[in-house]
Ligand binder design. Sequence first.
Ligand SMILES: [Zn+2]
Ligand SMILES: [Zn+2]
Length: 117
Amino acid sequence: MRITKYRQEIIDLLDSSEEALSAAEMHASLPHINLVTIYRNLESFVKVGTVTKLNLGGDEARFEIQHEPHHHAICNTCNKVIHFTVDDEELIREFALPGFSIKNIEVTLHGTCADLH
Ligand SMILES: [Zn+2]
Ligand SMILES: [Zn+2]
């Protein structure tokens, strides 16, 4: 009963967040849920595909609910993450490797954002 409630709280938090969150950030928003429990739930969500785990090069993995599959651009200066979509079909054609069948493409761009820093 409580486990189901926690799962829902984690999903609701991710769903209402504009940004991808790390487990530690989720724990800060949901302090009554043990960090290990948050991790465990996240991993199970990732496994079934409800939640996407992003390894954006920081210390911690970030998690988000992707209503539409998309890619990420990260600012080297302020760590801002920009979520964007491109024509994946075209990318798949572009990256065609002989003897390899592409299922999906996840692009992470590193650069500088337009903010003044
Ligand atoms: Zn920036
Ligand atoms: Zn995203």
